[in-house]
Write a protein of this length. Sequence first.
Length: 146
Amino acid sequence: MTTDDSQIRTLLERRTDAQRSKDIDRLMEHYAPDIVYYDAVAPLRFTGTEEVCRNFVRWFDGYEGPISLETHELTIVADGDAAFANMLHLDSGERRGGLQASIWVRETVCLRRSNGKWLITHEHVSIPIDPTNLQAWLATDKDQHA
């Protein structure tokens, strides 16, 4: 593992910790001011830290308590001042309204190093669907067939 890989891995771990605890200020430290964020919820594309922050607060507000977020199959590729990472997250917790289902989320992030600091400049999350009914795939086993 390179130094860049290690720095990016640490950044992503700290970001995930901030998401779990719903610490919006600590979470937003990891994003560039011109972040472009694609989500699975409308309006699908969020630009700039203000819009992305509001989207994260919306996500946080959907949970009664902390968010359980497990990262799986993290892959990092860094070259110079640009890097890309992709991973799977198992997202669960006590949601408002009593829903207790876990869901797999696919994520890709692009990072740029500026003044020695890595920041996320682009993020894309998606939720797999069951093609037979076009509903979100709620299986907890990512290797299980839909």
